[in-house]
Design a protein around this ligand. Sequence first.
Ligand code: HEC
Length: 113
Amino acid sequence: MWRSKIALTLLGGTAALTLSTAMAGDAGGKGADRSEMLAVTCAGCHGTDGKSPGPIPALHGLPADYIADAMKAFRDGKRPATVMNRIAKGYSDAEIDKMAEAFAKPGEDDDDE
Ligand code: HEC
């Protein structure tokens, strides 16, 4: 009995891992434009389309302005953060605006999730 429970738990963990690896692997792939790539970078922590599964705040459904302002505030040290201050450092204003838009309206193309 207990065996099947452990097996199930393991399976669940592996599935989640495989999923995120597959997504990350897709980042450089065919035709993905830069803002989508940026969004995939962030998806590692914030979840697919910013729908965070864990304790990290979800980005999904946040207005582009809000995301962009938050990123710039993190980058400029105006908003306290544990990791986002470091992550945001690498991006220009233009890149931040683009990725904010990518999160604010995810799945523009054919993805109806
Ligand atoms: C290493 C994990 C990690 C990655 C990668 C990451 N974030 Fe975050 N993000 C966090 C955490 C944790 C917070 C909460 C603030 C903090 O402690 O830094 C956060 C907070 C935020 C917030 C504020 C959310 C709110 O509700 O106010 C925004 C916006 C954000 N991240 C955008 C991004 C973007 C855009 C990227 C990709 C460039 C990204 N994050 C990549 C972990 C991550």
